[in-house]
Design a binder for this molecule. Structure first.
Ligand code: PEP
Ligand code: MG
Length: 896
């Protein structure tokens, strides 16, 4: 194509396809030409040619070289220079450029066209012998390394020796004659290593360079990079042949720079960049010399500066996105070498997108599409200082890796027990390290800046609680913890109690180093808040849920929260309801003892006393929760977890009792407790006495909890608030389970409402967590007014994988070995579990078309799963408060 618009026409305006053909760099260079930006004359050989070349076993496809020659002629006409000319030679660069950026992975050859003759001509033209022979030796070195495959060390070594011999320290001390001598050394290297002369024929240089760039698509580092980043191996690279321009032609009128059209750290609308006089491209990027701020250009070359600013504005207007440009000034003439969409911090991303909508450059949809879930995550959680992190990585301080369970970075001194963490947190930041966590560890978790565990997966206790409270967490690290010696070991490295560690819950990494963190102040981020508001507007009819009018256009986002404090946070992050209040989380701390008393005692009065105490406490909890969420629904789940979680640890209790017996002492209470704990012990607690089964077996709990929920709502209402409670019965597999419990819940709540003369609609629904429940959905709708998928248990039971153990055992190996495409506890398994979900939604809605159907498992905060849930027609996803903003964005992405 002569013009990029011809290519665009052929592909019916599809820029993605044009970029696929020309590569990112080639397509953007052509676009710059089309809008009149000064770009050094050149042409692009397509990715199709590269693929064909590789397919033919490293042969140019038919006709390619002829077309390249025609294009080269055009470049000669444009520049008035000629390849190999002895008076005015054309020098070119040969660069790779794939459709998706693969920085530094493939090859580039510069200064092509120089030989013994053209070098002399260049000296005549530039009057700078030193510059010319430095460029010439760079070509020989680059050509030798890249095209002929000679180890770069073979060139660096003789240069080092030469400098030492002559007493030079830096390259810029070498004069023209020195470079000429180095050139001879380099020619000798090629001769010695490959048995050939450096090709003097510029056409041969071009041909061989193109071939080398094509072949660099398949060098091991490029293949590895593609594997890591998911870039398909079939794309191929384009080759860009472009006239060389030189920023190193003197201190006065030449130089090179890189710039962003807006500030990449904070998004401010200002040109931000650096410039070096008398330098070539790589010098700025490599930071060899201290670069000057871009304004230095204004002082010395004001005309160039003005043109630069204008052309930057033109680029932004055309690409409708912030740009990152590379440019060179050759003897007072400005050239743009490259432009691309700029990488930036999350803060900058939100500000630039917001501003561009305000400026009328893009619409809201485009802005939202350009924001990724990880941008949102970065705003919510502390991140490591990138410079210190890099240093730590370089120094090999990565200690262990595991499942990234709760995002954000944290640093502190490491301790191994909950108690010690609480104690040491008074002195400074602490990180908790445990084999796994239990409800007893929660105090220590709250006191810690972050935690990591040896065992467990994305839905383990540690992961769920950490996510709920925004504590960075890595689980399943496979470290060996010696609680007695107070050490943690992996791969032969041991850390001791009190050592500094830094954990990254976003990537799942633990460092044995003290890496400082940086946190964005959200309340100052009006751009962040506004853009998420736009997301809600696209998703719903009126911005917030309209309970009476049923499902909105996209998913709503609710939160999993157990306390008023938690709910208030979730609401401030934009939650439109509470989809799961896990009541058992209200039984922590001292309250665990009361519940334990209820379970263990045989004495009826004591049982009643314990229940009454719990009822008072829970009523208050619910009242506060409903007040915090006034006007919005709050789904409260009846008690759910396996009973053993409330009982004393059987092993510990046995040891204690036997020790006492050994000393001849007998503690009646402990003896009774042991007897009871042994009776209640289950081999498979996750499949045992839990969920609705608990309500059926420990019947009094149902009335107590229903009373507390209803009374809490009544109290809130009496104080002038508008509570919207819903009661959810967990882990149902058979409709008869609901038939058994639902009427009692209904009766207790209705009686209480009547007695208080208060009208509140209290919906009763069920959780869908057992595959059988999905298969009998229509029968469940007789008793349930809403469904909520507990995808943690549903995944556990559909796959038959333990949610607590699989991820630290075989599951991640399954993923690594491609036995499973991904971890089904993180991203919902659409084919299997997803099919059950769809069937359940469709068949359930046949009997109750307006029924709310949500998700409250951990998948409710996962962007990929959210897309699936949106397409499956769900009403809402419910996730931990800190995931709410990500879920709002993802719910919007799902419908745009
Ligand atoms: C679930 O199983 O997905 C769920 C939300 O319940 P829990 O994690 O409390 O078992
Ligand atoms: Mg569950």
């Amino acid at each position: 194509f002569e013009d990029i618009n011809d290519a665009l026409e052929m592909y019916k305006g599809d820029w993605k396809k044009v970029t696929g053909l020309l590569g990112g760099k080639g397509a953007n260079l052509a676009r710059m030409c089309a809008i009149g930006i000064t770009v050094p004359s050149g042409f692009t050989i397509s990715t199709e040619c590269c693929n064909k070349y590789l397919e033919l076993g490293n042969e140019f496809p038919e006709g390619m070289w002829d077309q390249a020659l025609i294009a080269l002629k055009k470049v000669e006409e444009n520049t008035g220079k000629k390849i190999g000319d002895k008076k005015n030679p054309l020098l070119v660069s040969c660069r790779s450029g794939a459709a998706q950026s693969m920085p530094g992975m493939m090859d580039t050859v510069l200064n092509i066209g120089l030989n013994d003759e053209t070098a002399k001509a260049m000296v005549e033209l530039t009057n700078d012998e030193r510059f010319v022979y430095d460029s010439y030796r760079r070509l020989v070195q680059g050509f030798g390394a890249i095209v002929l495959g000679i180890d770069d060390e073979k060139f660096e070594h003789p240069l080092g020796n030469y400098k030492k011999e002559k007493g030079f320290k830096f390259d810029n001390e070498l004069k023209a004659d020195n470079w000429k001598e180095v050139l001879e050394l380099y020619n000798a290297v090629i001769k010695k290593e490959k048995g050939i002369e450096f090709p003097q024929d510029p056409m041969e240089q071009i041909k061989m360079s193109i071939k080398a760039v094509f072949s660099s698509w398949n060098v091991p580092r490029a293949i590895q990079y593609r594997e890591r980043t998911g870039i398909p191996h079939t794309l191929g690279t384009a080759v860009n042949l472009q006239t060389m321009v030189f920023g190193n032609m003197g201190e006065e009128h030449s130089g090179t720079g890189v710039a962003f059209t807006r500030n990449p750290s904070n998004g401010k609308k200002e040109i931000f960049g650096e410039f070096l006089f008398n330098a070539q491209g790589e010098d700025v990027v490599a930071g060899i010399r201290n670069a000057l701020p871009i304004s230095a250009l204004n002082d010395k070359l004001p005309k160039c500066y003005e043109q630069f600013i204008q052309e930057c504005a033109k680029l932004e207007n055309y690409f409708k996105e912030m740009q990152d440009v590379e440019f060179t000034i050759e003897q007072g003439k400005l050239y743009f070498l490259q432009t691309r969409n700029a990488k930036r911090t999350a803060v900058s991303r939100f500000k630039t997108m917001f501003d561009m909508v305000e400026e009328g450059l893009i619409d809201k949809k485009t802005a939202i599409k350009r924001i990724s879930p990880s941008d949102v995550d970065m705003m919510l959680h502390p991140q490591f200082d990138p410079n210190v992190l890099k240093l730590a990585q370089k120094q090999g301080k990565l200690f262990a890796t595991g499942v990234a369970a709760s995002p954000g970075a944290a640093v502190g001194k490491m301790y191994f027990s909950s108690k010690k963490c609480v104690e040491m947190a008074k002195e400074g930041p602490v990180i908790m390290c445990r084999p796994f966590t239990k409800p007893d560890d929660v105090d220590g978790m709250f006191a810690s800046k972050g935690l990591f565990t040896a065992e467990g997966g994305a839905t383990s206790h540690a992961a769920v609680v950490a996510r709920q409270f925004g504590i960075p967490c890595v689980v399943g690290c496979n470290v060996i913890i010696d609680e007695e010696k107070k050490t943690v070991t992996i791969n032969g490295i041991t850390l001791n109690e009190g050592d500094w560690v830094s954990i990254d819950g976003t990537t799942g990494s633990i460092y044995s180093a003290k890496i400082p963190t940086i946190q964005v102040k959200l309340e100052e981020q009006k751009h962040f808040m506004s853009i998420l508001q736009w997301c809600d507007e696209f998703c719903s009819k009126e911005g917030i849920r309209d309970i009476k009018n049923g499902p909105s256009r996209g998913l709503m986002v609710w939160a999993n929260a157990d306390t008023a404090e938690d709910a208030t946070r979730a609401r401030s992050f934009g939650a439109q309801g509470i989809g799961l209040c896990r009541t058992e989380h209200q039984f922590l701390g001292d309250r665990a003892g009361i519940l334990r008393e209820f379970i263990l005692t045989e004495d009826k009065d004591k049982k009643k006393e314990a229940l009454d105490k719990l009822e008072v406490l829970q009523t208050k909890d619910f009242e506060e929760l409903f007040i915090a969420m006034t006007d919005l629904p709050v789904v409260v789940r009846l008690i759910d977890p396996p009973l053993h979680e409330f009982l004393p640890d059987l092993l510990e209790l046995t040891r204690e009792v036997y020790e006492l017996r050994g000393k001849g002492e007998k503690n009646e209470e402990k003896e009774l407790m042991l007897k009871k704990a042994e009776q209640m012990h289950e081999s498979n607690p996750m499949l045992g006495l839990r969920g609705v089964r608990l309500s059926i077996v420990l019947r009094q709990l149902v009335a107590m909890q229903t009373t507390a929920i209803t009374q809490g709502a009544i109290n809130a209402k009496k104080k002038g608030f508008n509570p919207v409670p819903e009661i959810m019965i967990p882990l149902v597999g058979h409709p008869n389970e609901l038939k058994e419990i639902q009427p009692e819940v209904e009766e207790v709540s209705q009686n209480l409402l009547k007695k208080n003369n208060v009208e509140i609609e209290i919906k009763i629904g069920t959780m869908i967590e057992i595959p059988r429940a999905c298969l009998v959905a229509p029968q469940l709708t007789k008793y349930a007014k809403f469904f909520s998928f507990g995808t943690n248990d549903l995944t556990q039971m559909t796959f038959g994988y333990s949610r607590d153990d699989a991820e630290s055992g075989f599951l991640l190996k399954y993923v690594d070995n491609n036995i499973l495409p991904n971890n089904p506890f993180k991203s919902v398994d659409q084919i299997g579990v997803g099919r059950l979900i769809k069937m359940c939604v469709d068949e359930g809605r046949e009997s109750q078309p307006m029924m709310d159907v949500g998700v409250c498992g951990e998948h409710g905060g996962d962007p990929k799963s959210i897309k699936f849930f949106s397409e499956a027609g769900l009403t809402y996803v419910s996730c931990s408060a800190y995931r709410v903003p990500v879920a709002r964005l993802s719910a919007c992405h799902a419908i745009l």
